[in-house]
Design a protein around this ligand. Structure first.
Ligand SMILES: NC(=O)c1ccc[n+]([C@@H]2O[C@H](COP(=O)([O-])OP(=O)(O)OC[C@H]3O[C@@H](n4cnc5c(N)ncnc54)[C@H](OP(=O)(O)O)[C@@H]3O)[C@@H](O)[C@H]2O)c1
Length: 303
């Protein structure tokens, strides 16, 4: 089968279209004939070698966690999934490929398109997980750093649905988009504390840092301490005493995925798609993703 592979760590140029063996599903896995694969910033961090200390990758490797496609083979111990079923989930073997293995999948509702489906697994699970850790609820004022991104925009929509008031940081070009999600946009960078205080004179109850771009000190100032601040991307978290949320277990991933997929199919949640590329153009997608200002979720079409 065709797959994107890399046999050394480096810039997006290490990604190449290769011919590799079709993987066989193991215990608890299904094999998915891939229609679409979502590109996550972590795919580029793994490709560059930056994740080796915490998340070691054996080379050669195929990138990709978000997958949407059709079940094509079922491994031992799998219940409730059959060949021919349309699913969306987390790829175990790399989703930038014609076939991928997956343990955590949800049925793809007919009303959810292939491209939209591939935007949801990682970003949706992350948004739900962190809102749970922060215990965001009705009446809270939540500050989201990176509210125009895949994780931040889903978190904004979920928090608004919970009854929270959301203030979301983004560059000026994304303010209309953030406002369309039901949040109040604010520009990031110098002077953030004053701008947020002007928007929320009674204070901020919780902070979700979905950008990881150095906003933790301002977040601590706004909260008056480290309580109810969570980052998913800032390496300064530990030294500042801030909670870093790195991932859920298979069970919570599955539950969060099913919930997000259903809500997206009902039109309650959406992720803006920035660009759709053929599989062979994965390196270009990584160049855009690595830049940190993708115009929306990047999706690869495989079949
Ligand atoms: N720990 C976990 O479990 C976990 C899970 C998923 C993702 N992540 C990490 O979380 C981060 C976001 O992921 P994503 O998929 O949402 O990425 P994404 O869709 O590429 O969004 C990134 C967003 O960051 C914004 N941004 C850039 N510089 C910023 C700054 N200085 N302040 C505030 N926002 C800024 C960009 O908005 P503008 O274009 O408006 O600047 C962009 O919308 C990545 O680092 C990713 O690796 C971690």
């Amino acid at each position: 089968m065709k797959a994107i592979t890399f046999d050394r760590f480096g810039d997006p140029g290490v990604l190449q279209l290769s011919e590799v063996d079709v993987p066989e599903p193991g215990q608890g896995q299904v094999r998915v004939k891939v229609h679409t694969a979502g590109v996550n910033p972590v795919d580029g961090k793994i490709r560059s070698g930056a994740m080796q200390a915490v998340f070691p990758t054996t080379l050669p490797s195929t990138p990709g966690l978000d997958v949407a496609g059709v079940v094509d083979a079922v491994g031992e111990g799998v219940t409730g999934l059959t060949v021919g079923q349309e699913v969306v989930g987390w790829a175990d073997s790399g989703s930038y490929a014609e076939y991928a293995l997956a343990t955590v999948v949800a049925a793809k509702p007919a009303g959810l398109g292939w491209e939209d489906a591939a935007t949801l697994p990682v970003a949706g699970e992350t948004a739900r997980r962190v809102l749970r850790v922060l215990e965001v609820g009705a009446g809270d004022t939540l500050l989201i750093h990176g509210a125009a991104g895949a994780v931040g925009s889903l978190a904004a929509q979920l928090a608004v649905a919970l009854g929270a008031t959301v203030i979301g940081t983004a560059s000026a070009a994304n303010h209309d988009y953030v406002a369309s999600l039901g949040a109040t946009p604010v520009e990031y960078g110098d002077g953030l504390v004053d701008r947020v205080r002007a928007l929320a004179p009674k204070g901020i109850d919780a902070v979700f840092d979905a950008a990881g771009r150095g906003a933790l000190p301002d977040s601590i100032t706004l909260r008056g301490g480290t309580d109810r601040i969570v980052t998913i991307a800032d390496p300064a978290a530990q030294e500042l005493g801030i909670t870093f949320s790195g991932g859920g277990d298979d069970r919570s991933r599955g539950e969060d995925l099913a919930e997000v997929v259903e809500r997206a199919a009902r039109g309650e949640l959406r992720v803006r798609i920035g660009a759709v590329y053929p599989l062979a153009d994965a390196a270009e997608a990584h160049r855009v993703s690595d830049g940190g200002h993708a115009p929306g979720k990047l999706v690869l079409t495989v079949a």
